[in-house]
Design a protein around this ligand. Sequence first.
Ligand code: PHE
Length: 340
Amino acid sequence: MIEKINDLLRRVEEFKPKAAADIEEFRIKVLGKKGELTALMEEFKAVAPEMKRELGQQLNRLKTRALERVNELKAQAARQPENTGSIGDMTRPGSNDAPGTRHPISLVRNEIVSIFSRLGYTVAEGPEIEDDWHVFSALNFPPEHPARDMQDTFFIEKNPDILLRTHTSSIQVRTMEKQQPPIRVICPGRVFRNEAISARAHCIFHQIEGLYIDEHVSFADLKQSILYFAKECFGENARIRLRPSYFPFTEPSAEVDVSCNLCGGKGCNVCKGTGWLEIMGCGMVDPNVLEASGIDSRKYSGFAFGMGVERIAMLKFGVKDLRLYFENDIRFLQQFESVL
Ligand code: PHE
């Protein structure tokens, strides 16, 4: 009889259920009314009296252990229902955590910044709420210049000296005030102009301006840097042309066109049949601007350029309405991360 008790005890310890239902089946088989333990109890009645004490103890131990084990296994199964040997329903749809995508304006800004950082430019930033000095006066805007007019600039009502910057050239002034040449900075940022919102204009947009000041910097350096940028941004076949223009802070000044990347310069409705698209303004920094920020204009010269990020993004992606960039329709915004 002692062998039977030990054998059952061993099977209780070694029992491994494949599914939760196996545990209950095992319990009935061992501890049930017609189970093995009950049969052993029956057998115990006929045991010789001198054996009763020891066998009784063994039987009780077996019973306690069997109950313990069944409860243990049941608790385990309740904690880990997936641990019952089944791998679950493989056809259930997975939960889809859609990864976010970067905003197209951020993508294009990052690309422009990375192109110029390969030319040794570092990023400089400045405040969006500025004063007249950094946005206009230090940049050689005469007091009567129309850009200061209420039509274009958002002034703070209580103090017209404080305004929302209309271009990121203010960061260039702040850089020149802090740092002596050589200076090579790229200034990305949000700018504000009092314009009616349309497909081509918005009262908030993004600019990237660049400033390069050192000894002997020439217009040829400017042209070559912009050609490099155009090829990196629009492809190896991109060509540029410069048209004379005017900005108060540069002399000479130019407007830069890039060959239309949609028609390859043949003329289409995006470039309005001209084969060229305007992408930025640029020029040699006016000596008055250098002097206003404490840089010796006899020793140093430099160039500056500035472009609208929305405009570059529209040309790169073929987006015709600027307002789409601000409406935050996820279906629109999602399309660009994979294009670049
Ligand atoms: N600040 C000019 C603008 O906002 C762009 C520009 C920058 C032009 C630097 C020339 C040089 O339109």
